[in-house]
Design a protein around this ligand. Structure first.
Ligand code: GDP
Ligand code: MG
Length: 439
């Protein structure tokens, strides 16, 4: 989907302004791309209608090209479609009870274990796992193994026990063990079946879970939406966990489930490991689907404080490793409005990879003022060409900015290192040579 949309948006490039004609044309492509990604037909229709309305009513913003404006609108609307705000889970009660439901193989058992880890790590809670899939011995074993691996207690369910009893007893046992969040892993079928639905409804009545989370396999696309609908009609689910988003799942299911069921996506499974669970952030997923997260951020920022062209200019300098102390200071002053130095790196296309590598060199904001003072005490020559900064110059700079010589040393050293790394990352980057864009 991302690639497809990418090319759609490229077409907008170079067009002078948004008019009925080019909006119509662009949206046709967006519509096709979404349908191809298995997004529900009606959802697509409503979606493109809304985008069109907004595009037409849009004042031309000086800092954005028409293409960028459309991207921004598509992204905004997609974020809305995915639920707008990030939805928190309901953690009231002691213990709070979460029930996993969904088809067989969708990732319920794995997600139960992932959530246990999530609640312990992120919420400092004490989790307890209850295997209530009593039809397959392997299902109980699977959760017990995961529990051992995480050092989370697991209720000793046995094949043949009544799932409703298991859940009730499991919650009781959790309470006695001093655990404050219980994850009920229920049975699934390959298809929706009445008997299973009744069993789940009985568990719901007996245990009044805080949340019933429908676990959906992103790989099954459109079908996930229908299944979600059936589960919701019977159980009134409270949210959705979309699993296997690490594969080449098309974003379609994520886009449709929310608008068809009205239920929010709350977590995303990003792999087989127990730590591969992310809280679902609509805006981030929207950007990921559009495949242009960083560019979008840039556009957001462009509207408020920085000039697009200037950012591109800096980006080019970065790539040629011509970035000097003067640029650095200019950017730092601007960064005070924008946030962190990481923020800046994120804005520049192709810098995502660099961001991780540069982590240890990144500057905590509290040091920014000091760094700015040091740079301000340099002469223009020193700023433009840091290699001239010898020990006596360092002493002068330190005195002028009221810091220790070691601080100046540190800054110059880090800066040189950063430049070297950029140069390496950018594939030589000597003047005149076209920089390679790592993407
Ligand atoms: P259940 O039948 O609903 O309990 O599904 P399981 O939890 O047993 O998961 C079925 C399969 O999907 C297992 O092989 C899991 O390792 C795998 N799985 C679950 N969640 C994810 C995920 O987010 N990403 C990937 N790649 N695999 C997953
Ligand atoms: Mg299972």
């Amino acid at each position: 989907l991302s690639d497809r949309l990418d090319s759609v948006f490229k077409k907008f490039k170079g067009q002078g302004r948004l008019d009925e004609n080019n909006i119509q044309q662009g949206l046709r492509e967006v519509r096709l791309a979404l349908l191809e990604a298995d997004v529900n037909f009606k959802v697509v229709k409503d979606f493109t209608e809304r985008v069109k309305e907004r595009c037409l009513g849009q004042d031309v913003q000086k800092s954005l090209t028409p293409g960028q404006q459309v991207i921004k609108i598509v992204n905004d609307e997609m974020t809305q479609l995915l639920g707008g705000e990030t939805q928190d889970v309901d953690l009231r009660g002691n213990p709070s009870v979460f029930m996993m439901v969904g088809l067989q193989g969708s990732g319920k058992t794995t997600s139960a274990a992932k959530l246990a880890l999530h609640f312990r790590r992120q919420r400092k809670m004490k989790p307890y796992l209850v295997p209530a899939d009593v039809y397959r011995p392997a299902a109980i074993d699977q959760l017990q193994t995961l529990g051992r691996q995480l050092d989370v207690p697991v209720f000793p369910s046995e094949v043949g026990m009544d799932p409703v009893d298991i859940c009730k007893q499991g919650i009781e046992a959790a309470r006695e063990a001093g655990c404050n969040v219980v994850l009920l892993d229920t049975a699934g079928r390959l298809q929706i079946d009445e008997k299973l639905m009744d069993e789940l409804a009985n568990i719901k009545d007996a245990c009044t879970p805080n949340e019933i989370l429908f676990v959906a396999d992103a790989m099954i696309g459109q079908e996930a939406v229908n299944v979600a609908k059936s589960f919701d009609e019977k159980l009134d689910i409270s949210g959705v966990i979309l699993t296997k988003m690490d594969g080449d799942a098309r974003g379609g299911a994520a886009l449709s489930i929310k608008s068809v069921t009205g239920k929010s996506l709350k977590f995303v499974g990003m792999g087989e490991k127990v730590s591969d669970l992310e809280v679902f952030h609509p805006d981030r997923i929207a950007s990921r689907i559009l495949g242009m997260g960083d560019v979008l951020t840039l556009i957001e920022k462009a509207q408020s404080s920085i000039d697009q062209e200037e950012a591109e200019e800096i980006g080019k300098k970065f790539q040629r490793a011509e970035f000097d102390f003067e640029d650095f200071r200019t950017q730092m002053r601007r960064l005070k409005k924008l946030g962190s130095i990481e923020g800046l790196l994120k804005l520049i296309p192709g810098m995502r990879g660099l961001k991780d590598k540069i982590g240890e060199l990144s500057v905590p904001e509290k040091d920014m003022a000091r760094i700015e003072a040091i740079i301000s005490s340099m002469t223009m020559e020193e700023r433009r060409n840091p290699s001239v900064i010898n020990p006596s110059r360092k002493a002068r700079i330190a005195k002028g900015s009221g810091v220790a010589v070691s601080d100046v040393n540190q800054l110059v050293k880090n800066f040189e290192q950063m430049r070297k790394m950029m140069k390496k990352m950018m594939g030589g980057g000597s003047k005149g040579k076209k920089p390679r864009m790592p993407r």
